[in-house]
Design a protein around this ligand. Structure first.
Ligand code: TUI
Length: 308
């Protein structure tokens, strides 16, 4: 049996990305109901909001689901406490090193699956007792590392014994089949689920992803040490211009503050930060999570059959 399916007790090794503001109980439960692993993205949300979403998700599905913890959140400590009380099947972590929470979470029986952008971090996470690792290439949306999925997955899967989940640039069966070929046992998919029927965000966000072309998912924030992949628009162009002109981190933070919310909730095409991965240009249609997952599984298994 597939190791990711075994660990998480799911049908298909497809993990939904923990997208802040985007991935709520509605999306997570739809992905889990369809046989994947739905994730509630907590971003910088308060512990009370996180508890509410977890409880909502429990009401919407009997299937296992998880929570993503964004480690740069000012609420990270209280969010971890809520997670330990509510006991989702697993957590994924992003934007930092979850070392100091690992023991507590494992004691509570919660699987820990860190998202990492480098080989060194993957090895460190294995030593600390991570149950699996999500290796995320720079093709991904949001906060990213430097290495591509193509070089990250084979190296990490050679270096660690725990199962590896590939992320970054995967939106269809081709990406899933490629991930298996590179040594992964599962995939994490974010951007594709933005364009799902069950994703409760402003319609402008979905349309921005659907109309994105190959070079439209650009990287801002390289000068601050927190690179973020987001779609090209007035906001991201202005951000890049300020970086070129030598703006300070404080000035850039001021420009960026609240911009993801403006995209997700208000659909503000000018001031919003429409975080998305390079796979955006492969996404053509809004479908249900069930249709998306079944299509990816079917396409990837056909590719793997055709090879030999
Ligand atoms: O975390 C993500 N993607 C995200 S988080 C996010 S919220 C945000 N919003 C605005 C600015 C910044 C963040 C949006 N997208 N992906 C997983 C990921 N983790 N990518 C990179 C990392 C990472 C980086 C450094 C993981 C560990 C790490 O460790 C450094 C250390 O402390 O050793």
């Amino acid at each position: 049996m597939n190791k990711i399916c075994e660990i998480l007790n799911i049908k298909y090794p497809i993990i939904q990305g923990g997208m802040a503001w985007v991935a709520d109980a509605n999306l997570a439960s739809a992905v889990s109901e369809a046989g994947g692993f739905g994730i509630i993205g907590t971003g910088s949300a308060t512990a009370d909001i996180v508890r509410e979403e977890i409880r909502k998700c429990k009401k919407m599905t009997d299937k296992p689901f998880g929570v993503n913890v964004m480690l740069m959140s000012p609420n990270v400590e209280s969010v971890i406490e809520v997670i330990i009380e509510e006991k989702p099947k697993a957590i994924t972590t992003g934007a930092g090193n979850p070392a100091k929470y690992m023991e507590k979470l494992k004691k509570a029986g919660i699987k820990v699956i860190p998202v990492v952008p480098t080989i060194a971090l993957a090895k460190r996470m294995e030593k600390l007792g991570a149950d699996a690792i999500i290796a995320e290439g720079t093709e991904a949306g949001g906060h990213i590392g430097e290495l591509t999925t193509m070089v990250l997955i084979p190296q990490i899967s050679d270096e660690v014994k725990i199962p590896v989940i590939a992320a970054g640039g995967i939106a269809n069966g081709k990406g899933m089949a490629a991930s298996f070929a590179l040594g992964a046992q599962g995939v994490q998919i974010g951007t594709r689920f933005i364009c799902s029927k069950e994703c409760n965000i402003h319609e402008n966000y979905k349309q921005a992803v659907l109309s994105a072309k190959d070079r439209d998912a650009i990287v801002t924030g390289r000068t601050t040490g927190h690179p973020v992949r987001t779609l090209k628009n007035k906001f991201s162009k202005e951000y890049l211009k300020m970086e070129k002109e030598g703006a300070s981190s404080e000035e850039l933070d001021r420009l960026g503050a609240g911009s993801l919310r403006l995209a997700v909730i208000d659909g503000d095409l000018e001031k919003g930060s429409f975080m998305a991965g390079q796979s955006a240009s492969m996404i053509k249609e809004i479908k249900s999570c069930k249709e998306i997952i079944e299509e990816i599984v079917k396409e990837s298994s056909n590719i793997m059959k055709e090879i030999y």
